[in-house]
Design a protein around this ligand. Sequence first.
Ligand code: ADP
Ligand code: MG
Length: 253
Amino acid sequence: IGYMMVSYQTTGSGNCLTGGNQSMIKLKNVSKVFTLEAGGFTALKPSNIDIKKGEFIAIMGPSGSGKSTLLQLLGGLDLPTAGTIAVDGVQLDRLNEKERTLFRREKVGFVFQNYQLLPMMTVAENIALSLAANKTPKAETDAIVARLLREVNLEGKATNFPAQLSGGQQQRVAIARALAMKPLLILADEPTGNLDRKNGEDVLQLLSRLNREEHITIVMVTHDRHAAEAADRVITLRDGEVVQTVLEGAGLK
Ligand code: ADP
Ligand code: MG
């Protein structure tokens, strides 16, 4: 029991206890049906997926195959129609709305194709959003923001607005924002989709380093086979179904 508690409480700091074969994500018979259409539309067929702590997973598949739907479920942004989802031992489908919001803020960093930065806020304010929501004191917030700006190689951009940055820089701000609460898990939906080769490469290298050095579990949706090579494993979806799980980039990391 003692070990379990220590292990649980320290997982956020990315130490070695997070390694090994511990489960980070466990989906049992998870499906998602959207009910806008008559009879409903099945975006995800009953799926069983296991992701271990410290893994870097790429999710691939054609447009409309359910990749974003799956990512939303993994992050507690949406609830499954059936089945159970456990993330770091927390059963998401049993949480109420407020508990899910807290879970997301404390455990998950989201990164999107279009960055989703708030345009009227500076880079520093965008990065500090979750810290503000968590009532982190100002001095501590400033120190965290400064560290994160260094980490994503954007020192000197704290007071810029998103529109003043390149796409690659904006995505690195989004990653810094995702890191602010020391997430166990980063969920990235086509993070390089809007970027040119060079900027996409920088973002992939940053994600790889966070996975390798800070032991953050990463699940990344991507269309790009080259991007998928950064991952340990590729899960392929087709028409809402997991059709393939292969070891991909093993050895490239
Ligand atoms: P992908 O990310 O692989 O392109 P999505 O997960 O976004 O696919 O969507 C899978 C399917 O579910 C698509 O056919 C899409 O139109 C449908 N879908 C996604 N979100 C909704 C929604 N909120 N309401 C109704 N249908 C949706
Ligand atoms: Mg999508």
